[in-house]
Write a protein that binds this ligand. Sequence first.
Ligand code: NAD
Length: 740
Amino acid sequence: MKLTNFRFETDSDGIALLTWDMADRSMNVITQGVMAELDQVIDHVVADPAIKGCVITSGKESFSGGADLTMLQATGVEFAKVAKAKGEEAAMRFLFDSTAKLSQLYRKLETCGKPFAVAIHGTCLGGAFELALACHHRVVSDSDKTRVGLPEIKVGLFPGAGGTQRVARLMQTGDALQMLFKGDQIKPVQAKAMNLVHAVLPREQVVSAAKEWIKGGGIAKAPWDVEGYKLPSNKVHSPQGMMIWPPASAIYRRETHDNYPAAKAILQSVYEGLMLPMDIALRVESRYFTQIIRTPEAAAMIRSLFVSKGELDKGARRPAKVPPLKIKRVGIVGAGFMGAGIAYVSAQAGLNVVLVDRDQEAADKGKAYSHKLMSDQIMKGRAKSADRDALLARIHATPDYTALKGCDLVIEAVFEDRAVKAEVIKKVQAVIGRRTIFASNTSTLPISSLAENFERPSQFIGVHFFSPVEKMLLVEVIMGKKTGDRALATALDFVRAIRKTPIVVNDCRGFFANRCVLNYIREGHLMLAEGVPPAMIENMAKKAGMPVGPLSLNDEVALDLGWKILQATKKDLGEGAVDPRQEALLKTMVVDLDRLGRKNGKGFYDYSPAGKKLWSGLVDLQKTKLVADTIDRQELVDRFLAIQALEAARTVEEKVITDVREADVGAILGFGFAPYTGGPLSYIDRMGTKAFVALCDRLAKKHGERFMPNRLLKAMARKGESFYGRFNPNKGAEPAKKAA
Ligand code: NAD
């Protein structure tokens, strides 16, 4: 056998060890080459009577991340070629054959007659875990780094190489559906409890334990291929099955609003598959998979959430000429809500943190937040107390600014007040070295004007976190007028170190994310003022694909903050810059009724220990009350998405956003913009700029100027251009001014 992706050796007991170790990659991935070699190995193991069985393991730090998604993109291109040359039917057959190949290969392994075991350390996800599931025995290491799972749903796909069928035959149907819908990465102990793996052992023992299993007479048959196998939740058409399937369909609709074809395909594959023998069930799964990879949702999600996010994570926007920096020490001034979170994620990444506040008590309070978060992790069994001690030892909480000396980067997160920030900048400047980069976490103050307080404005930059910092994956990096390359490189290296995704935006009011999301919230306010029933506003926003309704979101960020932003906007940009209906609503809520949101237990919702519910008094504030059945639901959905997408298009025209990938990735990670669309610009591209402009014109006529398409969009619509065509990120963005 000639193998390039694997090493193959057989020990004196006749047990083969197949070590997956791709020479040209840091992580093993499933490619056509890997599949061809695995096929050969199976034949070889079967043909050689001296080989009793085979253990598959990895020669890398991790097992494998799964299939190479670019392989799927290439299949898409091939599909289009076949469709053109031989017609749609031939193309569909080609697609089925090529995508079903992996599933058939795994089934070949499972039924080859010789035992295969897998020894896993590190991540083993997607197609790689489907390979593991096809093996007859699975041993995983007990390491913190080990994770198994089927995360395909997160990029609009589903496990199409047997995953839906094997998982549903290993555990209760409800649990299997949950696992497939969520796509979580599962820790070893949990995986064992879920019946996904057979043994959890120290890393050094996984291979030998897998070999022992074969030596001990491990059976080369999956449970479902053994006579008398019974499904864990009994048959689909049984009293037990009937307890599962009707609610499962309802839960699917509640959670997805039918926006995710892959989620529906999971439901269908499992439902139909469980009524069939394995070989036919796998064909059913393959058929659904063939449909799903052709959906615009999968294409958009793969592009934004896998390809573009991956590129941004790896520093696509980093100035190449600045040598890589190893950030070791970070200063954070302001140990409040945000500062405490930034300190935690920095220490979590192994950085030394100096956390400064006005007095020791305030600094300690900030550090205590890390203590709390780590204690929660310990309670959930996800960390040990030694981890907490080590993390806390990396955070030095103090009121003494001189401790900031020697920091590579200092981030301020003090009150959103120009004078306070100016004073802090001066105090920090007095103690830091000449090469330290200064960053502000301001959400509303222009970076260029804050930089005026700093002696070296080229070393001043914005790093805008989202709350809660430990959960939100995005950081907006804001370039002031004078921000230099080294500041940008440092900020990006820092964001990479803390394992978040950066987008780089040019300075402007609200930067990128807040501009879009404030439009979303305002649309909810205006619907309320128009008389749309409050519950309908929230539900239609979710139908549009937003994770939380605008009223609920406003409650979370606080209504008085919204009120303050309106007042500041009016002061800076004049009366015409705010909608009087929105202002009147917020005035009533904040000034007259003291309804500030979740923080004081009353906003658009009422909060109690039992949960939250829409405030019953809301309808009394509505002068007009529309009847739900008379309202055009699709129009509400369109309004929510269009008003945000339009703002994203404006940021491209204004060159706040200079790379279309950043608008899409930033919108999904920053404020949950309908992920199935692939982000606001992908949403426009899918519809076509011409249709989008027509939609905006229609909405503008009915609802006002805020829906007027900008010049860039109109120009693109005239020429039939798309964002990813015109501003192709791989060719470098074109200056928007020329375009409009
Ligand atoms: P916060 O009020 O919770 O914390 C501010 C902290 O700064 C307090 O601990 C305060 O004691 C400290 N402080 C004030 N003056 C100081 C000084 N002179 N020296 C040292 N410490 C000082 O506020 P927050 O919500 O954490 O916001 C901080 C910054 O982050 C603001 O600029 C805000 O706009 C921005 N931001 C907030 C959010 C959010 O969701 N809260 C999101 C993104 C950005």
